[in-house]
Write a protein that binds this ligand. Structure first.
Ligand SMILES: [Fe+2]
Ligand SMILES: [Fe+2]
Length: 256
């Protein structure tokens, strides 16, 4: 595949991603478009705390995302042979640090919202059905599609950070301010995580068939991400709108 064709496919994939990310932002505006009680905020915060620790299928490790990073790093200590091995180890250390920080930030916000301690043993009970389904879809793709599946999964990490892009703008009460502060930090980190996934995808896909397959997988994951967003806010899942977003009837989220 020549470089121009690859660049065109990559551009079109990223634009499709930005339409799904705009869909996620739209759902966030729907929820935060009015003042919310602490209990309404606590509902999505519980899922978010779970997601930062477990990653909803971003890795196949049953112990979750943080555990997956720790095990991968332990396994790779002392094995680097090349600059790229060293760079990858260094990046994993940084992303591990960032993801743990996201967990801590939202756990702190949740404790303030509910005045109850956030116990690690409660986390798994906080996953909602739509997120369990997202995890199952990613895991199925991982098992069926191998490396191409991993690339598609990582392209969808964080949903273009659209959730945090909107979250960082909310205000009006102390809890909202705290959510905005946490979202500001997570937004900057997740933007890079998503770009990294898009970069790896474009780097590794080499044939028309691979690009087409990855596109199908990414649509499947991103549609479920939208259901997960509706679910986390307690908004009924709008399948008609999801279909419209998939069909491109939405402006892509602008590039910052
Ligand atoms: Fe995160
Ligand atoms: Fe991330």
């Amino acid at each position: 595949m020549n470089a121009q064709r690859k660049a065109d496919l990559s551009l079109s994939m990223n634009e499709m991603g930005r339409r799904f990310w705009a869909g996620e932002a739209e759902i966030c505006h729907q929820f935060w478009g009015q003042a919310r009680t602490n209990e309404e905020q606590a509902r999505w915060l519980r899922l978010q705390v779970f997601k930062e620790m477990y990653g909803s299928g971003l890795t196949g490790n049953p112990g979750g995302l943080i555990k997956a990073f720790l095990e991968k790093l332990t396994d790779q200590v002392g094995k680097a042979k090349t600059k790229s091995d060293r760079d990858e180890f260094d990046r994993s250390l940084r992303v591990l640090r960032e993801e743990y920080n996201h967990y801590k930030l939202f756990a702190d916000v949740l404790e303030n919202a509910t005045n109850l301690p956030v116990l690690h043993s409660d986390l798994k009970d906080w996953q909602i059905a739509e997120d369990r389904q997202l995890q199952a879809i990613r895991q199925g793709i991982r098992e069926r599609e191998g490396q191409l599946g991993e690339l598609a999964i990582m392209f969808t990490e964080g949903g273009g950070a659209a959730f945090f892009l909107v979250g960082r703008t909310i205000k009006g009460d102390p809890l909202s301010d705290q959510i905005a502060q946490a979202s500001e930090i997570v937004y900057a980190d997740e933007l890079e995580h998503g770009e990294h996934g898009a970069f790896d995808l474009a780097n590794e896909l080499d044939t028309e068939e691979e690009w087409a397959r990855a596109r199908t997988l990414i649509i499947e994951i991103c549609e479920q991400r939208l259901r997960m967003r509706y679910g986390m806010f307690g908004i009924p899942v709008d399948e008609t709108r999801i279909k419209e977003i998939t069909d491109g009837k939405i402006e892509p989220l602008p590039v910052e």
